[in-house]
Write a protein that binds this ligand. Structure first.
Ligand code: ASP
Length: 305
């Protein structure tokens, strides 16, 4: 087995000017995950390490730089899954949380529940020594501008009649396979700009934004969450892997379904049980990076290879 990792930085339409930073951010995340794998660490630790790097990077819509609710607040979602044991940890609609993926991992390790939301997630977090980030610490200038732009767009009568458009992505995710052949997936997001408070998207929902099963592989999704939930995108991709489909074909088929069945926009990455990766998206762009122990220099792109 050649341990490998693939990450995404969200399906959307990022400007040309931000492409270098998005590629560099994804490469840094892949390096962090690969370091874990190179040290003999497991896939679960590798995807957590990779997502943590992306949460700290204000370029992305996760942790610092999260999309804002219509009240101008930050509420994050995150999920992490271990393909060896099918253990899952997830959190939804949690305010002012600096390290969403770490708290999701705590839920996984605790094992009593799969998904904790809102204030209840904070009660659990406090028991483990977490403290809330200062109210504006996670809010970037770009997130504020995006909220303002969305408010304006919705106020325009013509636009108000149409469905919400996915304007910009930035959700982050990672999939990995380790030397023992175990797979894992992790995904973290601020959600979609102008969401209602309390809205939980696909990211923390098992089989929607995040899924991993050693019998098939691991997948992490991004895009319009309500659409992704309707087609349980990551479960659908991993089930195709389990049935023997090649990783790239499974990713592409998942996105084709998302378009055909619910006219959803999004992207997905996956790794199969042989260590092959798949990357697909229906949006203009989706930053990604991948590397393996045999080829450790990250490959990066903003469209599927
Ligand atoms: N899937 C995320 C959500 O709906 C957003 C994104 O990936 O851009 O919460």
């Amino acid at each position: 087995m050649n341990p490998c990792i693939v990450v995404h930085g969200g399906a959307g339409g990022i400007d040309d000017g931000r492409v270098p930073a998005a590629r560099a951010g994804c490469a840094a995340a892949v390096r962090a995950g690969l370091e874990v794998l190179a040290g003999g660490g497991g896939a679960l630790d590798a995807v957590q390490a990779a997502v943590r790097v992306l949460e700290d990077d204000p370029e992305f819509n996760a942790g610092v730089g999260s999309a804002l609710t219509r009240d101008g607040t930050v509420e994050v979602d995150a999920g992490i899954m271990d393909g060896a044991t099918l253990r899952i940890g997830a959190i939804g609609a949690v305010e002012d949380l600096r390290r969403p993926i770490d708290l999701a991992r705590e839920v996984l390790e605790d094992g009593e529940h799969v998904l904790l939301v809102g204030n209840a997630a904070w009660a659990f977090a406090r028991e483990r020594g977490y403290t809330p980030a200062p109210p504006t610490a996670l809010i970037t200038e770009r997130a504020l501008l995006r909220l303002e732009a969305e408010r304006t767009r919705r106020a325009a009568a013509a636009a108000a009649a149409g469905p919400p458009r996915l304007r910009e992505g930035g959700t982050v995710g990672a999939c990995a396979i380790d030397a023992a052949g175990h797979v894992a997936a992790a995904t973290s997001t601020g959600g979609i700009t102008y969401k209602r408070r309390g809205r939980v998207g696909d990211t923390p929902l098992p089989g929607c934004g995040t899924w991993a099963d050693d019998l098939g592989g691991a997948a992490s999704a991004t895009g319009h969450g309500e659409s992704i939930i309707r087609v349980t995108l990551t479960r659908a991709v991993v089930d195709r892997l389990r049935a023997g489909m090649r990783a790239q074909d499974a990713a592409r088929a998942g996105i084709e379904d998302l378009t055909a069945r619910v006219r959803g926009e999004g992207g997905v990455i996956c790794v199969d049980a042989r260590g092959e990766i798949g990357i697909a998206h229906s949006t203009a762009r989706m930053p990604w990076a991948s590397a393996s122990l045999a080829a450790p220099e990250p490959r990066t792109g903003v469209t599927a290879p």
